[in-house]
Design a protein around this ligand. Structure first.
Ligand code: NI
Length: 136
């Protein structure tokens, strides 16, 4: 079993807010990310696939095909978009890095399986200092 990772990048806006709380409580819990006038992040997404090496190709998965899948299912929907308002697979969800990583996993899992790989990890980096990893 070997692991291979593809990195992709996107820029997106969001806001973290619980509408049942007032501005003060939202600021306490979510900090700057509660700003009601939105803000953006330059996200880095690392998609790790595991599997056995195919003796015909030397590959676990064709990275060009993996990149195309991520582009279609994730990047086109998120890049230069508002995560709270524009992204179909995030409708009605909190636009946190954790929730987004889980949603990205669901967007990719079946397609990667069809390509003969097993999705191992979705790592989503929101800032230099903050990232999450989801293993399903
Ligand atoms: Ni933020």
């Amino acid at each position: 079993m070997i692991h291979i990772t593809r990195r992709e990048r996107f820029c997106a806006a969001h806001m973290l807010r619980n509408e049942n709380w007032d501005d003060q409580k939202n600021l306490e819990v979510f900090g700057k990310c509660s700003n009601p006038n939105w803000h953006g992040h330059n996200f880095e997404l690392f998609v790790t696939v595991k599997g056995e090496v195919n003796p015909l190709t030397g590959f676990v998965i064709n990275l060009k095909e993996l990149s195309r899948l991520i582009e279609k299912k994730v990047i086109q929907k998120l890049d230069h978009k508002n995560i709270n308002l524009d992204v179909d697979f995030m409708a009605g969800k909190m636009a946190s890095t954790e929730v987004l990583a889980i949603a990205i996993w669901k967007q990719l899992e079946a397609g990667i399986q069809e390509m003969g790989g097993i999705l191992h990890c979705v790592k989503l980096q929101e800032t230099e200092n903050n990232f999450v990893e989801y293993y399903g």
